[in-house]
Design a protein around this ligand. Sequence first.
Ligand SMILES: Cc1cc2nc3c(=O)[nH]c(=O)nc-3n(C[C@H](O)[C@H](O)[C@H](O)COP(=O)(O)OP(=O)(O)OC[C@H]3O[C@@H](n4cnc5c(N)ncnc54)[C@H](O)[C@@H]3O)c2cc1C
Length: 418
Amino acid sequence: MTEGVTGQTAEVIVLGAGIVGVSAAYAVRQQGLSVILIDRREPGSETSHGNAGILSSGSILPLNKPSLWRALPTYMTNRHAALRWDPAWAIRNIDWLVRFFANATTSHIKPRATALHGLIGASLKLHREWIVKADAAQRIRETGWLKAWRSDAVAAAKEEQAFLAEYGIASQILDRQAISALEPNILPVYKVGLLHTQTASVDSPGAVVKAYARMFVGSGGQIRQSQINAIMPDGDGWRVVLADGGISARHVVVALGPWSADLLRPLGYRVPMAFERGYHREFKPNPARSLQRPIHDAEGSFLITPMEQGIRVTTGVELTARDAPSSFAQLDQVVPVARSVVEFGEAVGEPWRGARPTLPDSLPMIGPAPRHSGLWLAFGNQHIGFTTGPATGAAIAAMIVGATPSFDASAFSPSRYL
Ligand SMILES: Cc1cc2nc3c(=O)[nH]c(=O)nc-3n(C[C@H](O)[C@H](O)[C@H](O)COP(=O)(O)OP(=O)(O)OC[C@H]3O[C@@H](n4cnc5c(N)ncnc54)[C@H](O)[C@@H]3O)c2cc1C
């Protein structure tokens, strides 16, 4: 394999510099191929910037699980903090909704949980290795993740613990006193907690992606900042049409997160992607009331994560068009409840909105495009893309050089939908 990159060609072009694209670019570079990574923004500026920063060992049960049916009557009211939905969007996307709900059955749990467990395990291993190599180890906290209930939810916590234990995922059930001992600065509002002990978190997901991007450049990769307008077959390879020119390569990796479907449509691929939008707002922390780890308020349906810039409150899901105007109803609903958990000051900066890219089975697409050689798909990482980005990218890199990924990627094959 040649190693050189000229301004206009490389062996591999990676589209999108979120956590998935940066990871793919670095992993391909580690295979010795020349790589250009393209994004219209700085690496890690979109969905991979605004998430809750949790590197979750236990997120193996997607949102479309059997308990979704029980919650449905509440969600239909369109007032719950966990899920808001746009009726006009729902009518236009009824196909996606039917397929999404068809996966929320008992028989669909284990195959998806097993697949996600493999992907997550491989990814956490890479994160822990890369964050050190990227000189960003100070950003990771190995303090776990606390899910907490205000009601007497011991049965729910035990059920979740037993399910995770089947996959070897450790957790601890806590009572009010144990929660206070663990997080002495929160108010005693929670009766029951489940501490995911093997989960880590970071204090700035965007900064971690930027550190991985620097590591990619340090390994000989090249980043180009430009709007990508099209991808077109070109001889044995591909031509990527940019706002300011074009680049050719044998292989192209589409890692454009929530924008991935757009450039694939002209090639005849209709990707069934929906957007589980979410918001965050950051607040000045009270130094005397610091948090040790992210907290998931199970009944309030929000997360609080201590970040570099302050306390980040992130919301549940808003199902609507990717680019529909923002609605801050969920943030307005959860921020006062978050204040009942921990004291924090005024808002820092503006509210942020992002879109979790989700396919009907809540599994990402990782693999070759079915009808085009040299076209690789790496997107749809839903709620856990920050966690699963590294192994998603590493699997694509392995496939490009004809090697086997370090986990079983068969459930993520794009051909299941395309
Ligand atoms: C509120 C919220 C909380 C979350 N919390 C967590 C969490 O705690 N843990 C976790 O693991 N995951 C979490 N997630 C999910 C996670 O953030 C996403 O799954 C992940 O960031 C997706 O990464 P990506 O690289 O696929 O997409 P992105 O990060 O969106 O990257 C796509 C890139 O493509 C670029 N792009 C798109 N179109 C073009 C174009 N035409 N030309 C040039 N560039 C283009 C964009 O600029 C962008 O940089 C959360 C998501 C949300 C919304």
